[in-house]
Design a protein around this ligand. Sequence first.
Ligand code: AGP
Length: 618
Amino acid sequence: MCGIVGYVGTDQSVEVLLGGLRRLEYRGYDSAGIAVIDPLGRLGTRKRAGKLQVLIDDLEANPLANGATGIGHTRWATHGGPNDENAHPHLGDEGRLALIHNGIIENFAELKAELLLRHPATVFTSETDSEVAALLVGLEYQKTHDLSLALRTVVGRLNGAFTLLVLHKDQPGVVVGARRNSPLVIGLGDGENFLGSDVAAFIEHTHRAMEIGQDQVVTITPDSVTVTDFAGRPVETREFQVEWDASASEKGGWSSFMAKEISEEPVAVANTLIGRIVDGAVHLPELDTLGAGVLEGLDRIVLIGCGTAAYSAMLGKYAIEKWAKIPVDVELSHEFRYRDPVVSERTLVVSISQSGETMDTLMAVKYARELGARTLSICNTQGSTIPRESDAVVYTHAGPEVAVASTKAFVAQVAAIYLFALRVAEVRGTLAASEIASLLGELGAVPDQLAWVLEQQDSIKQLAGWMTDTRSVIFLGRHAGYPIALEGALKLKEVAYIHSEGFAAGELKHGPIALIEPGQPVFVIVPSPRAKDSLHKKVVSNIQEIRARGARILAIAEEGDVAVLPYADTVIRIPLASTLFEPLLAVVPLHIFAMELASAKGLDVDQPRNLAKSVTVE
Ligand code: AGP
């Protein structure tokens, strides 16, 4: 969960590295550092605990000699606390080599012991696994003076997940990188080349990018890019054009990335739908790579994800079972990964991931393939690892999501999985063309409805301002409202650090109602009065039960729903929508509320404590 940048080109490494790290800081921000080879062949490094700004201020006060070769790193601590010594880069070959690392080297303790045995005078300056790798690469380099060979030799001995970048003072103009189960992409420039954890690292310099596959090594110089496997054999690479631009990942005048990204929820859904609804039918040619007849032959679908992505998966379950009549299970990736799930070639495992780098989900996808299942990725990040490990990918087009708390990606994920559900219904004939057209019409109306909900931002901000001393919040939802209750609770935990819990409303009487005491704030996602099986009436009676015990009711209810008025302290309105589309609208007030309450508490909504945007360690 760290941010990594590499650069070779002109004497501007410091600016390029810091600019890239700024765009990657959401991946981890407890320390940062850079290493640069200057025109005199000297290797300079600077690293500081704290956010990137601490390093930038230090460099302004005490500049590092600039140069044409550099690497940079922003860290989310795994081995060793967030302090100057444990920050990257780490050095090898008596300070002539610098290395940065994202991931976890699971066998670093054995390697460290072996190193000390072979070189008892070795001095470790940190507690990190990364420093062991730097020292090992330095020792290998001393044998051959071939930086790529030295790195390939060492990575062949590492277990776990890693992206490593190295440079050596005797090799100006060269940066070598290697990856296994951790992200790395190449930025292709003119007389300069880049490496990064994701395309945000170099998006302000180039839109041309190239993927690096599993267990591959890349060597960049200003005029060349060479990719091999760990044995040094050349491998096929694929170049792609990055669709979004640098400004898309800038705040653009918003108070936070989270505020900007909530405001983009309508366009995130609209862009995800573009080109995929044609003449009242679904157009998803990406699914063809699953193979002819696969969708028709499915007997089970498993939706996997973590956190917010798991909640969009829960909504997918309702949609696929209702429209496509296929049994669906939703599993947390890290649970699926260690179970003995019953899957076959007629099972489709659909992973949902904004970053495409969540290690728990990546390993679950690999496991599913080992078990013989087919795999589909629903992902928001081009060129990321999970789509590459899947049989097919349907990208959401929410644009870069920088805030740690996922918002626009969530609604885009739901839109994408609804398209998928309708496509499966189409090929299996479980819905008539007219029914599909009608449902696609409802899906197509969601962006405008989201814009309508966003207009209530001010009243929700006022509500949040009144609740800064809140110690706990409960969220209730029933049926498709239940995943929204879970999502609302997660957001409040993540950004406002308030203990929050989401419950299925029907579960209340089976225990959680004991939590209700006078003044306890309870958000209730109220189904449409037109929902089947009197869902609405049941939720209103849940509201009465907790109201009677003194709860403070904050109801999210459809326009015109008067049944909640006698019992709710606050009613937040959403437009009329049918049962499976209403959750897409009900989630927005909860995103806004969490952000506004965190802001009112003076917290950093974009980079909450202890978290990182992409959890690339298991
Ligand atoms: C959501 O706000 C959190 N940041 C987190 O739960 C996130 O959804 C989860 O880590 C999955 O990330 P992914 O979508 O990038 O796989």
